[in-house]
Ligand binder design. Structure first.
Ligand code: IMP
Ligand code: MG
Length: 180
């Protein structure tokens, strides 16, 4: 295990089982629809890659990037769109936003509204992790891998200061790593 990790919160095996379960539900729920998966860069990229392989109906994919925490472990509050969708007509498109983790809820509640305003027929959300104890705005994801306590976690796409994204499991970072 990586030396900066205190403990493993979600193992590779558990991640695989979670993704399979979510993909099966999505395949059922979106049968016959035009599904567009929108990955929120960069944190959701690993979840997105695994999820799209396991969904059994045709999907299209796209990417958005929003402002992140930078190097801090607390939320900055405002949401800036750094990379947007460039699709002309979303009227016959059902969007599923794919996210790594929900913390305050601000990112996803903003993006759902934003994509509905852009004309998408429906906008739902899938997140690997949820920290409900951190919520600042009321928000409930449609698909959620695992609810976790208020710990700063890394791996499976999630970073601290751009590090640890490639770890194949989700781990709790040793506090001394971000406190120094
Ligand atoms: P929200 O708008 O506060 O819900 O922000 C969610 C975003 O915060 C996620 O997409 C992550 O980029 C980041 N984030 C929140 N908690 C963690 C964590 O424990 N580790 C790494 N990134 C986190
Ligand atoms: Mg993110």
């Amino acid at each position: 295990m990586n030396n900066d990790i205190q403990s493993v919160l979600v193992s590779e095996k558990e991640l695989d089982e979670i993704v399979t379960g979510i993909a099966d539900k999505i395949s059922e729920d979106y049968r016959g629809k035009r599904l567009l998966l929108v990955c929120i860069l960069k944190g959701a990229v690993v979840f997105m890659g695994d999820l799209m392989k396991k969904i059994k109906i045709p999907v299209e994919i796209d990417f958005m990037k929003v402002s992140s925490y930078g190097n801090a472990t607390v939320t900055s509050g405002s949401v800036n769109i750094l990379l947007d969708l460039h699709r002309k007509d979303l009227a016959d498109t059902d969007i599923l936003i794919v996210e790594d983790i929900i913390d305050s809820g601000k990112t996803l509640s903003y993006l759902v509204e934003y994509l509905l305003l852009k004309g998408a027929r429906s906008v739902k959300t899938a997140t690997m992790l949820d920290k409900p104890s951190r919520r600042e705005v009321d928000f409930t994801p449609d698909y959620c891998g695992k609810t976790i306590p208020d710990e700063f976690v890394v791996g499976y796409g999630l970073d601290f200061a751009e590090k640890y994204r490639a770890l194949p499991y989700i781990g709790i970072l040793k506090p001394e790593v971000y406190e120094k």
